[in-house]
Design a protein around this ligand. Structure first.
Ligand SMILES: [Zn+2]
Length: 54
């Protein structure tokens, strides 16, 4: 049975925005109010994050 380990934080590689996961509201919340609000965020978890553990 695979173990799903969701990420708890993410950082945009383009603008530097930092989000953290709010388990209560089940949504990403901005932690560092930086970066471009119109940025097509490239989250650093997208490349290496594997939702299904092997
Ligand atoms: Zn961004």
């Amino acid at each position: 049975m695979a173990t799903i380990v969701p990420p708890t934080e993410r950082t945009c590689e383009r603008c530097g925005r930092h989000d953290v996961w709010d388990a209560t509201s089940e949504n990403w919340v901005v932690r560092d109010e930086v970066g471009n609000p119109h940025c097509l965020h490239e989250w650093d978890i997208s490349g290496k994050y594997n939702p299904v553990g092997e």
